[in-house]
Write a protein that binds this ligand. Structure first.
Ligand code: GLN
Length: 242
């Protein structure tokens, strides 16, 4: 972070924004502006280099073929790895999450190398696709209330020893391994299967990223009554008997 300005990078919207994940960029932007930050958002298409001086990077979900192309281009570019070694924060969803891991199985059934920013590896699930509402208790160290989201993925993600589960599912499949974990994170890199888009449903995740970027423990409060009402409605709907 330099002075009062936040550099927000949305990675590859042309390939990885099938599921409304642009909402995450809008929420981070808005919540940063509400705290008086001057936000510079850059949307980086897959034919452009990834800037290495961003503060927060967002990478969304996508279908299998665009996911393969995005992983190839990101690996060739190398900018995201450099940004992380400069201290940047990365938040990724679904296909983006799988790409940040060590490897995933791509649309042509091959094991494809990921960026290795998270100690996870994704295989192709043999069973039904994981689709539906998710309720998950976030890692208590991150200090946020129960999350709500929507998942839609075939991949099953196994966590290695240096990846912490982002959350534990109360409802939904999460990483799909049957151990109740959802997503993964290390110090500054986060991955989740929750769409929604997840920050529109859980804006306190955006605040978590802002606190990390600003290196502060708290942010000035904002009026969250509308979000609280929506959240209560989502939880009530998700837990209603069918
Ligand atoms: N293609 C991946 C899977 O099905 C990711 C899907 C997504 O981003 N929603 O596992």
């Amino acid at each position: 972070m330099s002075d009062n300005s936040l550099r927000l990078v949305w990675v590859y919207p042309d390939l990885l924004s099938t599921y409304g994940d642009q909402g995450n960029a809008l929420v981070v932007e808005r919540r940063a502006r509400q705290r008086g930050l001057d936000v510079h958002r850059v949307d980086v298409r897959s034919d452009q280099p990834i800037p290495t001086s961003g503060d927060i990077y967002l990478i969304g979900g996508g279908e299998d073929r665009p996911q393969r192309l995005a992983a190839e281009r990101l690996l060739r570019d190398g900018g995201l790895e450099r940004a992380v070694s400069n201290g940047a924060i990365v938040f990724s969803v679904c296909a983006g999450y799988q790409i940040l891991g060590k490897a995933f199985v791509n649309d042509v059934g091959q094991r494809q190398e990921g960026l290795g920013l998270l100690d996870v590896e994704t295989v192709r699930g043999e069973g039904d696709r994981c689709v539906g509402d998710v309720l998950a208790d976030i890692d208590p160290r991150l200090g946020l209330p129960q999350l709500t989201g929507f998942e839609n993925h075939q991949g099953i993600t196994h966590l290695g020893p240096t990846a912490r589960p982002f959350a534990r599912t109360v409802m939904g499949r999460g990483n799909g391994t049957g151990d109740g974990t959802e997503g993964a994170y290390n110090d500054t890199v986060f991955g989740t299967y929750m769409h929604g888009p997840v920050m529109a449903r859980n804006p306190l995740i955006a605040d978590l990223l802002l606190k990390l970027a600003l290196d502060v423990n708290a942010l000035p409060p904002v009026d969250d009554r509308w979000y609280e009402a929506l959240r209560a409605e989502r939880i009530a709907t998700a837990t209603q008997p069918a």
